[in-house]
Design a protein around this ligand. Structure first.
Ligand SMILES: *[C@@H]1O[C@H](CO)[C@@H](O)[C@H](O)[C@H]1NC(C)=O
Ligand SMILES: *[C@@H]1O[C@H](CO)[C@@H](O)[C@H](O)[C@H]1NC(C)=O
Length: 136
């Protein structure tokens, strides 16, 4: 556990600069109310969630994908039919800059997935990397 996240941090330091600290803090405050519920529901490895938020490491793991489904239904980014709420996408993008929020919606509104777990995962990954590319 210590060493996986150490390695992750080391790798992200050399390969990709981590996403801005303020964005991470915003993401954590958005998800904090539902973190334990969604970890329990999806049975995801908590270190995998941590590594995703801190290092952008989107492991292609079913439990992680369904963790994001749980989270996105709770915060209203997706509904049960898979309809994306673009207002909620903007509000939960982790940034206040309206131009970056607009880039996120433009880039990510058409993400697909075979079910809600994959769709939520794709949407989260798209949001994360769009914000990362625009936020210094
Ligand atoms: C979309 O999300 C916003 C902000 O959370 C909310 O106010 C609005 O009611 C939602 N729209 C729908 C159709 O659920
Ligand atoms: C989303 O998920 C599906 C299924 O895993 C994948 O085929 C697709 O390429 C993904 N990406 C986007 C941007 O839709």
């Amino acid at each position: 556990m210590c060493c996986t996240s150490f390695l992750g941090a080391l790798l992200s330091f050399f390969i990709i600069a981590p996403i801005s600290h303020s964005v991470i803090t915003n993401y954590k405050s958005i998800i904090e109310d539902f973190t334990s519920t969604c970890i329990t529901e999806s049975n995801v490895e908590p270190t995998m969630v941590h590594d995703m938020i801190h290092n952008g490491n989107y492991v292609s793991n079913r439990a992680l994908q369904c963790y994001l489904r749980c989270m996105y239904l709770k915060i209203g980014l997706l509904d049960e039919k898979g309809v994306i709420n673009e207002t909620a996408v903007k509000e939960n993008a982790g940034v206040t800059d309206e131009r970056i929020r607009e880039h996120v919606v433009q880039s990510c509104r058409n993400v697909k997935g075979r079910d809600l777990c994959e769709k939520a995962y794709n949407l989260s990954k798209c949001t994360y990397y769009t914000v990362k590319s625009w936020h210094p």
